[in-house]
Design a protein around this ligand. Structure first.
Ligand SMILES: [Zn+2]
Ligand SMILES: [Zn+2]
Ligand SMILES: [Zn+2]
Ligand SMILES: [Zn+2]
Ligand SMILES: [Zn+2]
Ligand SMILES: [Zn+2]
Length: 493
C-alpha cells in the first residue's frame, strides 16, 4: 500500500492544526470527505469544494484569505482535491473529542472505539468483532482509539487512496509528462498502457523522489526567507539610522545657531546697555539741573514770604531797621541768573544699520539641510576617455539617480570619491559638482594596472567602477601607427 510521505512530527497544537488546516477559510466549516472536501489553491490556502463553487466567477477564484485572484480554465477541478486533510482530520478528531466519533462501518449512532488502518474507518465494538471474523478483513491492522490518542504523528491515520474509476488502491504512478498522477493496477492495463508511451512507476519510489525534491525546494525557499529576514533587519536598522542621524543633524543645527543666537543676544544686551547709559547721563544731568533750580526756587519763595511777613508789622522804626537787608535780598534774587534751558533733551534713538531687511533676508536663507535619495543600483559612472593612461588626467562622470531612475540635480555636499590603486592603497579624490545632474571626478593615475573608483555619501556606498590604466610607454595593440604613438607621447611631456 502507499506510504504517506509525511513523516515529521507536528509542531502545532491540535486546535491550531484544526484552525489552520481543517476549517474552510470561506465558510469556516470543517472539511469533510463527502461534499465539502478541501481544494488547494495556488496560494496554498484552501477552500471547501462548496465555497470554491460559490466564489468562482468568470474564470477566476478570489482567495478570501489573501485576496489573490486565481484564474482557471474550464471548471474548478483545476484546483486539486487535497486528500491529505483526511488524515489530519481523523488525527484531530481522535485527539480532541474521541467520544464523539461514531462508527463509519454500520453508520449507526454507535460510538467508535477502534480504527482499521487498512479501511481508514472508525469501528464500533460490534463492527470490530465482525471485522475480525470476516475472511477478507481478518488481517487488517486495527488500533484502539486509546492507543491512537497517544500518536504524535499522522502515520497511523493514513487514508488509503482509491482509484475513482476502478475503486482499487492507487499503488502506481504514471510518470508520463502529461499524466503525472497516481493510478491503480487496472488503469495501467486499460488507460495508461506502457506500450502507448505511458511510464508506469512504483508510487513509493516516485513519492520518495518528489519528497526529496520538495525538501530541496523547502530549503531553497527557507534560504529566501532568511535573506528577506536579513534585508528586513538591515532596512529596520536603516530606519533607526535615519532617525538617529536626523537627531544628530538637528543637534548640529542647534549648536551652530546657538552660537549665532548668543552673538545676537550679546549684541542686543550691549545695545540696551547703551540705551541705559544715555538715559542715565541725560536724566542725571537734568536732575542735577532740577536740584539747583529747586534750591533757587526755595530761596526765592522764602525771601518773598519773609518780605510779605515784614510788611504785616505796623512798627515803622523796626521796619526801617531791616528793610534794607530784605530789599537787597529780594533784588539779588530777582536779578540772579538761573538755568532757563534744560541741559539735555530727550534725543536717544536706535539706528538699525546692519540689521536691515538685507540681513533678515540673509538669515532666512542661510545654511541648508540636505538629504540624498540617491539609489545605489541606479548610479552611473562613465569614463570620459576611451583609455585611461598612466600619468594622464582621467575624468569620470557620476550621475546619481533616485529609486525610480530620475537623476538628482541638487548638490550634495558630502559626495565622496575614493580611488583604490593597483597596490591596494586608497586615496580620496576631488568631486566637482556644478549644480547640473552630473558630477565629475578627475585625477591622474600614477601606476598602470587595475583601479577601482568608489563613490559614497556619509560612508554609504553609491557605486563603484573598475578600470584599467595602460602604461604610458607601451600603448596597447600592435595596430597603432607611429603618428598615434607620437601624439600619445606628446600629451604627457
Ligand atoms: Zn467553505
Ligand atoms: Zn490565498
Ligand atoms: Zn459499527
Ligand atoms: Zn479493515
Ligand atoms: Zn484505476
Ligand atoms: Zn499515463
Amino acid at each position: 500500500m502507499a506510504e504517506q510521505a509525511f513523516k515529521g512530527t507536528l509542531t502545532l497544537t491540535t486546535s491550531q492544526l484544526k484552525q489552520k488546516f481543517l476549517c474552510c477559510s470561506g465558510c469556516s466549516n470543517e472539511y469533510d470527505d463527502v461534499e465539502n472536501f478541501a481544494r488547494l489553491l495556488p496560494c496554498l490556502h484552501s477552500l471547501c469544494n462548496q465555497c470554491v463553487h460559490n466564489l468562482a466567477k468568470d474564470g477566476a477564484l478570489p482567495c478570501p484569505e489573501c485576496e489573490q485572484k486565481h484564474e482557471f480554465k474550464g471548471d474548478v477541478a483545476s484546483f486539486p482535491r487535497d486528500n491529505t486533510r483526511q488524515d489530519l482530520m481523523d488525527f484531530v478528531r481522535v485527539k480532541l473529542a474521541p467520544g464523539a466519533i461514531i462508527c463509519q462501518s454500520c453508520r449507526d449512532t454507535k460510538q467508535a472505539t477502534f480504527r482499521c488502518k487498512n479501511c481508514s474507518e472508525f469501528l464500533c465494538e460490534e463492527c470490530h468483532t465482525a471485522h475480525r471474523r470476516t475472511n477478507i478483513t481478518r488481517g487488517h491492522e486495527i488500533l484502539e482509539l486509546q492507543s491512537l490518542q497517544k500518536k504524535e504523528n499522522l502515520d497511523a491515520f493514513c487514508h488509503q487512496q482509491m482509484c475513482p474509476d476502478h475503486n482499487r488502491e492507487l499503488e502506481l504512478y504514471c510518470n508520463k509528462d502529461d499524466c503525472q498522477k497516481p493510478i491503480c493496477f487496472l488503469c495501467a492495463m486499460v488507460t495508461h498502457k506502457p506500450d502507448a508511451g505511458h511510464d508506469i512507476q512504483e508510487i513509493k519510489k516516485i513519492s520518495e523522489e518528489k519528497t526529496e525534491a520538495m525538501r530541496k525546494r523547502i530549503d531553497d525557499v527557507n534560504m529566501t526567507g532568511r535573506e528577506i529576514k536579513q534585508i528586513i533587519e538591515n532596512i529596520g536598522r536603516e530606519v533607526q539610522s535615519v532617525r538617529t542621524l536626523g537627531k544628530e543633524v538637528a543637534t548640529e543645527i542647534n549648536n551652530n545657531f546657538d552660537h549665532y543666537i548668543q552673538t545676537l543676544e550679546k549684541r542686543r544686551d550691549e545695545l540696551k546697555r547703551d540705551v541705559d547709559k544715555y538715559v542715565q547721563i541725560k536724566a542725571g544731568t537734568l536732575e542735577n539741573q532740577l536740584r539747583n533750580l529747586k534750591q533757587q526756587q526755595k530761596r526765592t519763595n522764602e525771601a518773598a514770604e519773609f518780605a510779605d511777613q515784614t510788611l504785616l508789622y505796623n512798627n515803622p522804626p523796626a521796619f526801617l531797621q531791616i528793610q534794607g537787608t530784605v530789599v537787597d535780598r529780594l533784588d539779588k534774587l530777582h536779578n540772579e541768573w538761573f538755568d532757563r534751558e534744560p541741559h539735555e533733551v530727550a534725543t536717544i534713538g536706535f539706528s538699525c544699520k546692519g540689521l536691515s531687511q538685507e540681513f533678515q533676508n540673509k538669515v532666512s536663507s542661510m545654511a541648508k539641510v540636505w538629504s540624498s535619495n540617491a539609489y545605489q543600483p541606479n548610479t552611473k559612472i562613465t569614463p570620459k576617455q576611451n583609455d585611461a593612461v598612466q600619468d594622464e588626467t582621467v575624468t569620470f562622470l557620476v550621475v546619481l539617480c533616485n529609486y525610480v531612475g530620475k537623476p538628482l540635480t541638487e548638490d550634495i555636499g558630502h559626495l565622496k570619491a575614493t580611488l583604490t590603486d593597483p597596490n591596494g592603497a586608497t586615496v580620496d579624490v576631488r568631486v566637482i559638482q556644478n549644480g547640473s545632474e552630473e558630477s565629475r571626478v578627475t585625477f591622474v593615475p600614477f601606476y598602470a594596472g587595475s583601479y577601482k573608483l568608489d563613490v559614497s555619501i556619509l560612508d554609504k556606498p553609491l557605486g563603484e567602477h573598475e578600470f584599467q590604466v595602460q602604461p604610458r610607454d607601451k600603448p596597447q595593440g600592435s595596430n597603432i601607427d607611429e603618428s598615434q604613438l607620437d601624439g600619445a607621447t606628446s600629451t604627457y611631456i
